[in-house]
Structure formats: C-alpha cells, structure tokens
Design a protein around this ligand. Structure first.
Ligand code: SF4
Ligand code: SF4
Length: 175
C-alpha cells in the first residue's frame, strides 16, 4: 500500500473539476483520459432537501496491485520508499492488461502514445515537497493529501477545535 492518500471533504467539494483539469495539464494527457476522477453522486434527500455529493477518486496504490501483477513487461513498478505504483512508459507495449486487471479501472489509455497511463500521485512533485497537482488547485480546500496518520490527526484536531469553540461560545452566552 502506498504511504499517502488523498481524501475528499464532501461538504467542501463543489464538483468544479479543477482537480481533474490540473491532473490533465500536469501529466499532459489526452482529453479522453482521466487519471484522477470526480465522481458525483445523487441527488438524494438530506433533511428534506435534495443534495448532490462528490468524491475525488485517484489510484489507491493497492497492497495487491492487480495492474502491476498483470503487466507482462514489468513496466509497472512500486517505489520502495513510499509504495507508489507507477508506469515506466518506455517499457509499456500497450497490451492494456493493466486496464483490464484493475478493479477500479484506474489505468487509462493514451491514444496519442499507444501506451497505458495511471495516477502516480504526482510522485515527482512529492519528491520536491509539493502536493499532487489535483490537491494544490482545489479552490475550496476540499482535498487533503498526506499520510493516513497525519490526516487522522488533522481531522481530529479540527473536530476538537470546533468542539472547543462551540463550548467557549456557549459558555460566553451563559455568562
Ligand atoms: S491501478 Fe488499480 S490495481 Fe493498480 S494500484 Fe491503482 S487501484 Fe490498484
Ligand atoms: S498496457 Fe503497458 S503498463 Fe499496462 S500491462 Fe500492458 S505493458 Fe504493462
């Protein structure tokens, strides 16, 4: 499993698709290919009102990477240092076995190069201390990137701050 994850706060995501566009631009891929995708769900009724929700779906960099196991040319590799799964373009012979093997259909087809492409979480940007392109452009800060334990801490801290602020304002009202 990769060391990093991207999470979506559905209460913040407005489905503007800026993350998808940033990904296409960063990776210079054809319009028909989508490496990380916004999935829009709904509408469903919430508190008597129709509500749409959206979630960003990148590659999960699975512990058992079906794409990697299916590749006959070892073009798909896993980085030792952080577990990210990526494609070495020069080794890809365009057989599409990875596209068929992934249960999430994450690998995509690049019709311009005749090779498979997939989300690598912008590992070149990570190596420079940057966030993946999708996360960096989100105008509502709906996407979070990091190690699961860091994100868990941030979420719990934000929740705790909210609780404390509510308690403080409740106290000040009572006073
Ligand atoms: S492409 Fe699919 S099988 Fe391969 S690591 Fe990503 S989610 Fe897993
Ligand atoms: S399309 Fe390329 S990366 Fe995918 S399984 Fe075939 S050779 Fe490997």
């Amino acid at each position: 499993m990769g060391d990093y994850i991207i999470t979506t706060n559905p209460n913040r995501c407005i489905a503007c698709h800026a993350c998808e566009i940033a990904c296409k631009s960063e990776k210079n891929i054809p319009l028909e290919a989508t490496l990380g995708k916004i999935v829009v769900l709904g509408p469903k009724m919430v508190n008597g009102k129709p509500k749409m929700s959206s979630v960003f779906v990148p590659c999960f960099h699975c512990e058992k990477a079906w794409c990697l196991e299916a590749c006959p040319t070892e073009a798909i590799r896993r980085r030792e240092k952080d577990g990210l799964v990526y494609i070495i373009e020069s080794l890809c012979v365009g057989c599409k076995a990875c596209i068929m093997a992934c249960p999430w259909h994450i690998p995509q087809w690049n019709s311009e190069t005749g090779k498979a492409i997939k989300c690598d979480l912008c590992m070149d940007r990570i190596d420079q201390g940057l966030e993946p392109a999708c996360v960096s452009v989100c105008p509502t800060d709906a996407l979070s990137f990091g190690r699961p334990e860091e994100l868990s801490d941030k979420t719990r801290e934000a929740y705790a701050h909210g609780l404390l602020e509510r308690n403080l304002s409740a106290t000040s009202v009572r006073l």
